[in-house]
Ligand binder design. Structure first.
Ligand code: VG1
Ligand code: CO
Length: 543
């Protein structure tokens, strides 16, 4: 067995975005591209010798190759142990849970989340730290700086590990433990939720469809829902993880989970329809005939979390990402707990969770989670929904209607303009940012702008500042327009436009969303000019 110090040179584009480093597979396949980034992480992580590292991915093309390399590099860099999911599979929340449960130093997640996979799709690497959460910006900045000056990486020459065989293996003196990816995670879920109540719900004839989108959550959903909770066989569909996700985007939205949406709106709809993404951290919730926006889902889960044993004592506080609707804020107010607004990306929640300031948090992009791990967790959200439905003995539609009748409704939409020329997108944001100071006080019909700024966040725990997190235009009645650029796309730029307005309980709660927001969408175009600048007449995705 030989330890090798391999000479290399930096790649200039290894800047981690919202969620780690995400690039097209062909980019990752360049000579030493992957190795450079992993070595940069190891070089920036602090004392790693003798520590344990968790590794797993969503099964996409290049997953196993990347893991084999990372294992050999971990051995050469002095780790004592690597814990890896069988066949290289682990969902993002499962990695987070394992890091915490095993007291590991951190973990590597190989995934590009909801981005397409396969040789022509995307790949990604994310580094999580000892609390189980994504590395904070001060670490990812160190990793990037290191990647720009890297000259060598370390790797052992050893045969590949048989990742299909459970048990321990030896790689140049380092232990590699191949584990069942589902077991520990399932144990935790059983502690958090009232499995007996959910079993009774299924026994009473409740039906559901879980679309695993040929991504990592298939085995988790099959074991927990069908195996442990007695959901009818066949409830979980597209359950075998495939390297190209069956040719689809594993993105649980109304475009890419269209089949599920159509089923749920049809006469054959089961009671409950859900989908999760590539790495299992996002969730889409649809009741029979009713789509639940992720922002509403966060609010409804927070309002009812006490019905699950894991949250029986009540919740400490709620946090949402800035572009997420303020529906959760109203619940926090109702419960008398604090509500925090943080930038997009899960890493900002982790400090609040660690400090015990919040118990539940979420994003408009279909991510919800709690203090049980330090990542968003798709299957957790599904189980909490089931627990709540079992306890309240209501349909999704009834539950949503009652929520709006209590708290009012935040009409909410996100419009994505994908693959826009980077310069066009950057210029658009620059121009709007420059115009913000003049917008305050301006009126558009009945609406008057009360605040216009570029969102900046100071972390209440460590004082770190994240600036330029999205342009906000807020009206006197709390309606909002937000514009920001995506940090997870891999081709060109993606412009996201978020629009919201509040309708009180006594108002009209039954409007079609785009109609309810029509006047704000016109104002948004007047102010930001996205259609004019991009030459598009419609967004690629509306959620
Ligand atoms: C998107 C979402 C954001 C989410 C991020 C990672 O980021 O908007 O809410 O945290 O993806 O999610 P952006 O920068 O493209 O808007 V995942 O499921 O890709 O780990
Ligand atoms: Co994801």
């Amino acid at each position: 067995m030989t330890f090798k110090d391999v000479e290399t040179q930096p790649y200039p584009d290894q800047k981690p975005g919202t969620s780690g480093l995400r690039k097209q597979v062909a980019v990752f396949q360049q000579l030493h591209y992957l190795e450079n980034f992993i070595q940069s992480i190891f070089d920036s992580a602090g004392e790693i010798s003798g520590k344990t590292l968790v590794m797993g991915g969503d099964g996409r093309y290049f997953n196993e190759e990347a893991i084999q390399q990372a294992i050999k590099m971990a051995a050469a860099n002095g780790f004592a142990k690597v814990v890896v999911g069988q066949n290289g599979l682990l969902s993002t929340p499962a990695v987070s849970q394992l890091i915490r449960h095993r007291g590991a130093f951190g973990g590597l997640i190989f995934s590009a989340s909801h981005n397409p996979g396969g040789p022509n799709g995307d790949f990604g690497v994310k580094y999580n730290i000892g609390n189980g959460g994504p590395a904070p910006e001060k670490i990812t900045e160190r990793v990037f700086a290191r990647s720009q000056v890297i000259e060598r990486f370390q790797i052992v020459q050893a045969p590949d590990v048989a990742l299909d065989a459970l048990g321990t293996h030896d790689v140049a003196g380092m232990v590699v433990e191949v584990i069942d990816p589902v077991a520990d995670y399932a144990d935790l879920m059983e502690k958090l939720f009232d499995f007996e109540a959910i079993r009774e719900l299924f026994k009473s004839g409740f039906t559901m469809r879980f679309d695993a989108m040929h991504a990592v959550n298939g085995p988790y959903a099959e074991k927990i829902l069908e195996g442990m909770l007695g959901a009818p066989a066949g409830s979980v569909v597209n359950k075998v993880p495939l390297p190209d996700f069956g040719g689809h985007h594993p993105d649980p939205n109304l475009v890419h989970a269209k089949a599920l949406f159509e089923l749920m709106m049809s006469g054959d709809a089961p009671d409950f329809g859900v989908a999760t993404d590539g790495d299992g951290d996002r969730n889409l919730i649809i009741g029979r005939g009713v789509f639940v926006t992720p922002s509403d889902s966060l609010a409804i889960l927070a309002a009812n979390a006490h019905l699950a044993p894991g949250y029986g004592q009540g919740i400490a506080g709620i946090a949402r990402s800035m572009p997420t609707s303020a529906a959760a804020d109203r619940v926090a107010e109702g419960l008398g707990v604090a509500c925090y607004e943080v930038p997009t990306g899960w890493k900002f929640f982790a400090n609040l969770l660690d400090a015990g300031k919040i118990s539940i948090c979420g994003e408009e992009s279909a991510g919800t989670g709690s203090d049980h791990v330090r990542e968003k967790d798709g299957l957790w959200a599904v189980l909490l929904w089931l627990n709540i439905l079992a306890k309240r003995k209501q349909s999704v539609a009834e539950l949503v209607a009652e929520h709006w009748a209590t708290y009012g409704r935040n009409y909410y939409t996100r419009h994505d303009y994908e693959d826009v020329e980077t310069e066009v997108a950057n210029r658009l944001v620059e121009v709007l940012r420059a115009n913000l100071p003049e917008l305050k006080g301006q009126s558009f019909g009945k609406r008057r702008i009360s605040q216009a700024d570029d969102f900046s966040y100071t972390d209440p725990e460590d004082g770190s500042v994240a600036a330029h997190q999205g342009l906000r235009i807020i009206f006197e009645d709390c309606a909002r327009i937000v514009v920001r650029l995506s940090g997870t796309g891999t081709v060109g730029a993606t412009i996201r436009l978020y629009v919201e307005r509040y309708e009180p309980p006594e108002g009209n709660l039954a409007m079609e969303t785009q109609e309810a927001l029509a006047d704000l969408l016109i104002i948004a175009e007047e102010l930001a000019g996205i259609k004019a600048a991009t030459g598009r007449n419609a967004p690629n995705v509306i959620t």
